[in-house]
Ligand binder design. Structure first.
Ligand SMILES: Nc1ncnc2c1ncn2[C@@H]1O[C@H](COP(=O)(O)OP(=O)(O)O)[C@@H](O)[C@H]1O
Ligand SMILES: O=C(CO)[C@@H](O)[C@H](O)COP(=O)(O)O
Length: 534
């Protein structure tokens, strides 16, 4: 009999990725489908459509299904033995939502194994372009939700976050208010994560507590939907969402579709899918005191936290691997796509040239600082490019190399400042665990290490959400025997030291961080209050 293995999936913004691990937790297979390149018929840019209002951002739901068909075919052609898979789990970009049309559950259950799944499911979605995390078109729904529950802080105290435009409750409220007919035709609303789990399960998969915490709808302490939040967003929402479940739940066996079409064992178990950041927390085996920084399409920073205090900035999510604790998360929208834009403008589109510019400029950039927000930032709420010289004077451009260093230093100073606002302290034992596409770049990691005055570690794969999902698949099978994820991953290789701070970094960045925080106040988005508009 073939040796057992476990699959971890990640339905992220730009790609669908998969990792297989064996019982020794070694990665034995890794693959991906890149939406723009491999599925050009959907005409996405960076996996998304940015609509003409520049606020609405969606992705075609059928693209995600077609990507799954494609990656499974790739695995089959490479000789992957699906019958070895004992369990699988996965992750999805957070907050995005999928709207299943009435009657779709039957189509999902009875999909013919003769056809690729996207052909069977093409009529199943009442909203063909799913709102995703980059969307910021729901400001009015956010204000209405906060008002309905007694204010922003009250909403944060209940759900872990004040109202954020990308959070799913506000997205659902927008769909309901703009198109009540479409909402009426919808029998189920999934997150990207629970949607992906549904594809494997052959029926609607529940939302897990951790990804469910990114909706402004879940009471993070009681781990149940908040009636007042549901009612403020749309009628009949509870039945459309289903009951949330613990993130380690075994949802059932894989749908017969996969056994018949690809040769999966009918006993292969599906463990609840979760958000990509929660899955990364599992993949990076965060310890208390560590800080994780993911440099993917979005940049995120997250911590394992015992006793959270939800505030007006940042998010508290239920912890995906330990039901007693939480994770704190900060999200920065101008991550890799912003870096790519500056790479294209200042380094001829080459990461090598970009890295050389970081090497040829000095830490601290001679006092030049910059804020780079091509799109409205989440942390802090600000937009535009703002450059300041060493005398805090606004300047309209920097030489190319200075621009590159100002971007990277600025991105990491913002992370440190906002993490410290959350109460995080850099201590002598602090480890930064870096992941995501840009964590391949040592020069970028050096700046990260210098700005935080802490060593940066990486794991063998930058796809920590996939790896964490594979670990969670194993954990799901043994959790009822009270085995913790930490026990499950004991054998996995430890994160490896990638870079350490340069001598003097602490002294250099201390005053710069203070200046950056002060200048940030000047660039924060300040809409003119409507009462002052003549
Ligand atoms: N050498 C590199 N230096 C900096 N950034 C890189 C490098 N290689 C890849 N990236 C960035 O990684 C990003 C993709 O990261 P990834 O974590 O896979 O994103 P996601 O999971 O959101 O799809 C790309 O958009 C690219 O900008
Ligand atoms: O909105 C958030 C977190 O709150 C994003 O981090 C999304 O979860 C997208 O993830 P990536 O595709 O960038 O990994």
């Amino acid at each position: 009999m073939a040796a057992p293995c476990y699959l971890g999936w990640d339905f992220s913004t730009q790609q669908l990725k998969v990792i297989a691990i064996d019982e020794q937790l070694r990665v034995i297979y890794e693959d991906n489908v890149h939406f723009d390149k491999d599925l050009p018929e959907f005409k996405t840019q960076g996996g998304v459509y940015i609509h003409s209002d520049r606020l609405t951002v969606t992705s075609p739901v059928l693209m995600w299904v077609k990507a799954l068909d494609m990656i499974l075919e790739k695995m089959r052609s490479s000789g992957f033995n699906f019958s070895q898979v004992k369990a699988l789990s996965g992750a999805g970009q957070q907050h995005g939502s999928v709207y299943w049309k009435k009657g779709s559950i039957q189509i999902l259950k009875n999909a013919s194994s003769e056809l690729p799944l996207h052909q069977s499911l093409k009529g199943c979605f009442s909203v063909s372009n799913s709102p995703i995390w980059m969307d910021s078109s729901t400001a009015s729904q956010c204000r209405a939700l906060e008002k309905a529950v007694g204010g922003a802080q009250q909403l944060a105290s209940v759900t872990g976050s004040r109202a954020y435009e990308r959070f799913t409750g506000n997205q659902i409220a927008k769909i309901y208010s703009q198109n009540p007919e479409v909402y009426k035709q919808t029998e189920r609303i999934s997150l990207v994560s629970s949607f992906a789990a549904s594809l494997f399960l052959g029926t609607y998969a529940p939302i897990d507590y951790s990804d469910g915490s990114g909706m402004n709808l879940l009471q993070i302490w009681e781990k149940a939907w908040s009636k007042s939040c549901l009612d403020a967003c749309a009628p009949g929402l509870e039945e459309r969402l289903g009951c949330p479940v613990p993130s380690h739940s075994v949802l059932g066996p894989i749908s017969p579709y996969y056994s018949q079409r690809y040769g999966f064992s009918p006993d292969c178990k599906i463990v609840a899918f979760t958000g990509d950041n929660p899955a990364s927390l599992a993949g990076m085996r965060l310890q208390e005191g560590d800080i994780a920084i993911s440099l993917g399409t979005s940049d995120t920073l997250f911590l394992w936290i015992q006793e959270p205090t939800p505030a007006l900035e940042g998010h508290i999510l239920c912890n995906p691997v330990d039901s007693q604790t939480y994770m704190a998360l900060l999200c920065f929208k101008n991550g890799s796509l912003m870096r790519e834009r500056i790479r294209d403008d200042c380094a001829s589109g080459s990461w090598d040239e970009f890295s050389k510019a970081l090497s040829s400029t000095v830490a601290g950039n001679n006092g030049n600082l910059g804020f780079y927000f091509d799109v409205m930032e989440i942390t802090p709420e600000a937009v535009g490019i703002h450059r300041f010289n060493r005398d805090n004077e606004k300047v309209s451009n920097f030489p190319k190399e200075v621009e590159i260093r100002a971007l990277i230093e600025g991105q990491f100073m913002a992370k440190r400042i906002h993490a410290e606002k959350l109460g995080y302290k850099v201590l002598p034992r602090t480890r930064i665990l870096a992941t995501g596409g840009a964590s391949h770049n040592k020069k970028i990691l050096q700046v990260l290490s210098d700005v935080f005055s802490a060593p940066v570690f990486t794991i063998d794969t930058a796809n920590s959400a996939c790896l964490g999902s594979a670990y969670r698949a194993i954990h799901g099978l043994v959790d009822e025997r009270n085995v913790s994820l930490a026990d499950v991953v004991k054998l996995a290789p430890e994160p490896r030291l990638a870079v350490t701070p340069a001598p003097g970094a602490q002294e250099l960045y201390c005053p710069l961080l203070k200046r950056y925080a002060e200048l940030e106040q000047k660039v924060i988005y300040n809409p003119v209050p409507s009462c002052l508009v003549k």
